[in-house]
Write a protein that binds this ligand. Structure first.
Ligand SMILES: NC(=O)c1ccc[n+]([C@@H]2O[C@H](COP(=O)([O-])OP(=O)(O)OC[C@H]3O[C@@H](n4cnc5c(N)ncnc54)[C@H](O)[C@@H]3O)[C@@H](O)[C@H]2O)c1
Length: 270
């Protein structure tokens, strides 16, 4: 197969969950630019439909709550009705918890004080939601004998957060990255390996993509701290993961399953 052809997604149907977020939109563009019919999936159906119209190759919008099996079953039925098959699932939806009040964030985000309800909510969306999508949509792929699942993990599923990057210029700890995010992202990587082994003989490939931090109007001290801590000397741009995603989604990675592709500017290299 010619190399251009191996990266092409022409004729493939791809779903992206959390598609209206910072990276979700980029994933949709990447898959669409490679020729896929993209199903834009997030909570707000109307916005999903509006965004789907902006894609370079026509797609569809579909609202779904990934924490609700019934909602994901309706999504599966809609896609099968529309396109007759599902080739690619990008499990991208997740929450990265925030503390509204910057004056109390440093205190409340400490592990010793971290609210259990926030931990449970992260588990529910980041891991149980990923499980539900894989079960409902991946089962259809296994039945069809072909499919490709990409679970979006994180560098923080591989290495511990460096809490010092949340210190401002005066050395004040403004925030602590909680245990919830690394725990759920580590679980996403373990779940990826489980599914790869489980469905290998059904023609379903399952890989993880672990991005590093994306620059998105954070405080200057944070961007500086993060950049200094990164071998490539900068945070990611939102479009930095497009190539890796298309690689995993396409035949170019046909002999790859159970892997975790780390794209992090070198963050985890030292
Ligand atoms: N942004 C980063 O720096 C970064 C770094 C590493 C990994 N990641 C991972 O990349 C993925 C995307 O991150 P992002 O920064 O674009 O996040 P984001 O917060 O911008 O977007 C997440 C999207 O998920 C949707 N969502 C939340 N709960 C949902 C539910 N129950 N059902 C359906 N949709 C739901 C939200 O509506 C939102 O549009 C996540 O898995 C995240 O953990 C992000």
């Amino acid at each position: 197969m010619h190399i251009d052809e191996s990266f092409s997604l022409k004729g493939r149907t791809a779903i992206v969950t959390g598609a209206l977020g910072l990276l979700g939109k980029q994933h949709c563009y990447a898959l669409s630019e490679a020729g896929a019919y993209v199903v834009v999936c997030d909570i707000d159906e109307k916005k999903c439909c509006e965004f789907a119209k902006t894609l370079p190759y026509p797609g569809m919008g579909a609202g779904a709550d990934i924490t609700k099996p019934e909602s994901v079953k309706v999504l599966r039925a809609k896609i099968l009705d529309q396109s007759g098959k599902i080739d690619i699932l990008v499990n991208n939806a997740a929450i990265n918890d925030m503390f509204e009040n910057p004056n109390t964030a440093g205190e409340l985000s400490m592990f010793e004080n971290y609210p259990i309800e926030m931990f449970r909510k992260s588990m529910e969306v980041n891991i149980t939601g990923t499980f539900i999508c894989a079960q409902v949509i991946g089962s259809e792929m296994a039945r069809a004998g072909k499919g490709n699942i990409i679970n979006i993990a994180s560098t923080y599923g591989i290495v511990a957060p460096d809490q010092s990057i949340y210190k401002d210029a005066e050395g004040k700890q403004t925030f602590y990255k909680s245990a919830a995010y690394p725990v759920t992202k580590g679980a996403v990587i373990a779940f990826t390996k489980f599914l790869a082994a489980y469905w290998g003989n059904k023609g379903v490939r399952v890989n993880a993509l672990s991005p590093g931090g994306v620059e998105n109007n954070q405080d200057k001290y944070f961007i500086d701290n993060y950049s200094k801590r990164t071998p490539l000397g900068r945070m990611a741009k939102p479009h930095d993961y497009k190539g890796a995603l298309v690689f995993l989604a396409s035949d170019a990675s046909d002999y790859m399953t159970g892997a975790n592709l780390i794209v992090d500017g070198g963050w985890t290299a030292w």
